[in-house]
Design a protein around this ligand. Sequence first.
Ligand code: PLP
Length: 388
Amino acid sequence: MRRVYLDNNATTPLLPEVFEAMRPYFAERFGNASSIHHHGQETRAAVENARESVADLLGCRASEIVFTSGGTEADNLAISGLAKAGDHVITSSIEHHAVLHAAKHLEETGYEVTFIPVDGRGLVDPADVRRALRPTTKLISIMMANNETGVVQPVEEIGKIAAEAGVLFHTDAVQTAGKVAIDVARIGCHALSISGHKMHAPQGVGALFVKKGTRLQPLFYGGRHERSRRAGTENVPGIVALGEAARLAKAALDRGGDKKIADLRDRLEQGILAQIDDAGVNGAGAPRTPNTSNIHFDGIEGEAIVIALDLKGLAVSTGAACSSGAIEPSHVLLAMGLRPNQARASIRFSLGKQTTAEDVDFALALVPETIARLRELSPVYRKTAIGS
Ligand code: PLP
């Protein structure tokens, strides 16, 4: 059966070039990068080379990159490492749980946290961030692009507000890196998180940019790895892969590669909307990453759509998290003002570097008939009643 994968915001396939780059570091180049002999020097050089490539993607110095086990660790390191009990932290209501739950945990342990709302397009208003500032504010953490909708936040404006107020600024760029050009100096951030598996490197590796001179409390205690910012023997194959993925992503962005993905995404989105009534793009009207389209198909359950499409070979997802057996409507879509049943009826299509025009045709052939069939079976869908 033909299978088409449009769930690249969940994870991306490893690029063959990335796999080739990391492969030797599983076996013949096995040294501990802290060892002073040949084997260690070999892997140390590979780690530092990867650091240069990641720094090049983000527009920073190599010494400002801290390798981590992924986006979740990078986010937690930033949130816990840049503020302390008694400090006030500003974040948004649409953050990934890696930030949201870290911030909620801080709140329980003596920090004060303000969760900024978003408008109907999923955008944070920088004026709200300014209004939330207090004399005790230490950190602002607002994501660069949302994982569910792809909506890109006005991070440069928020960076300016942070600079004027003398407050630290962290941004979660896990869903941005490799899709949109990133320049940490333009953003004006002190910390920025990325994750390998969202940019065609493997799962279990990521990085945090930490601006030179920024004091960071580590999460782990141990050796002096990563300039004492992240103890633990480096995941050399993962780091090498992240470096190669960053190098390829930078080259593709410089060639305008994001335009190709944006064209495919737009064709998919417009084709779906042209063929299906009572559907709409979540985040329409806001700047979005080129690969993501989140669409509500009123009157049916997102889970049912995902399962029906999967049976026909198309992998997509709902943004919703499944907790304690119940399908919770997405906190992101609810924060944007969607009704719970509309949030539950939403599907995320996310394209990757490997997505082809034929993949989009396949989806366009499948989605309308699947939605029509599910709506026929739906006890709640009445075409005329929707929107009234
Ligand atoms: N932040 C965002 C915006 C994400 O989309 C994700 C993963 O879905 C993460 C953080 C967590 O990254 P990781 O899976 O590498 O821990």
